[in-house]
Design a protein. Structure first.
Length: 116
């Protein structure tokens, strides 16, 4: 069973930056699409950015030009660099391994809080 662990959340002022990291266990990391999702209080969990096994990326409109997703297969790690953060980016951020498949593994989430 794949285990997913996120790190890097925290409190930052508007306009600041944070980098989230996600490590997934197992030998199949390079063959899995990975993604970052977020859930704000009272809202559904939505996709923020995904990266395929070939490196193709997707971003939700609200983060385009500000967030960058990347992966380091040798380290079983995916990153989310978040720049120009806004208060509306405040949420719990979750990493998912196997996005789009039938067996998605989720991390426990990391809190990102952006103060105005």
């Amino acid at each position: 069973q794949v285990q997913v662990v996120e790190s890097g959340g925290g409190l930052v002022q508007a306009g600041g930056s944070l980098t989230l990291s996600c490590t997934a266990s197992g030998r199949t990391f390079s063959s899995r699409a990975m993604g970052w999702f977020r859930q704000a209080p009272g809202k559904e969990r939505d996709a923020v950015a995904t990266i395929s096994r070939s490196g193709s990326t997707y971003y939700t409109d609200s983060v385009k030009g500000r967030f960058t997703i990347s992966r380091a297969n040798a380290k079983n790690t995916v990153y989310l660099v978040m720049n120009s953060l806004k208060p509306e980016d405040t949420a719990v951020y979750y990493c998912a391994a196997g996005v789009g498949g039938t067996d998605v593994a989720w991390g426990q989430g990391t809190q990102v809080t952006v103060s105005s």
